[in-house]
Design a protein around this ligand. Sequence first.
Ligand code: M7G
Length: 206
Amino acid sequence: VKHPLMHRWTLWFTKPASGKGDNWNDLLKEVITFNSVEEFWGIYNNIASVSELALKSDYHLFKENVRPEWEDAQNKHGGKWSYSFREKRNVDIDELWLHTMLAAIGETLEGEDDDEVMGVVVNVRKAFFRIGVWTRTIGKSIPGRGDGDTAGGKGRSPEKARDILMAIGHRFKDVLKLPASEQLEFSGHLDAQHSGSTRAKAKMIV
Ligand code: M7G
């Protein structure tokens, strides 16, 4: 018996750049798509754990048909909640990433009709492990569009969209078992791409 998931999910891997000529597109690889709990465990048990990955690797677990890139139509108005674990030796990154993936595929990060979570990401870097949740919107109107057209459509007001994003942030913070004293930060993908620009930052913190 297979226990179906609410969505089909695709696992992606970013392999570390080998030389200067490598660009993002050469490094991002689609691994496999699945839609049941059993398939998830089969895959999980047969791939390298995060703690075994080389520096500059990423895993991305995204809803099927959403590429784990800012440029994807379903991400381009979105953002992410993320946290960087800088005490790399003191953190069980494998367990945190597993719980993040289970929260994503088990649909416990958002409410049933929210349709905000696009995927989850883990980055292995020299100074930190970073885990993030990518969302469809940033809880603000899209520049150049009407006010009711908060990214994601559904006719949500910016205030309502913001409430949904804050709730996702709180749930994600629980999944990561972060104490109240630690801050999870939200940033819009556009801000991330043009960091240093004068664009108003979509700053939220939980
Ligand atoms: P990162 O992995 O988000 O953060 O981006 P890091 O600086 O902590 O490693 C690293 C680099 O990967 C970026 O500067 C981009 O060159 C590239 N990159 C990452 N993402 C998520 C994207 C993306 O969605 N699209 C494109 N074109 N490049 C990306």
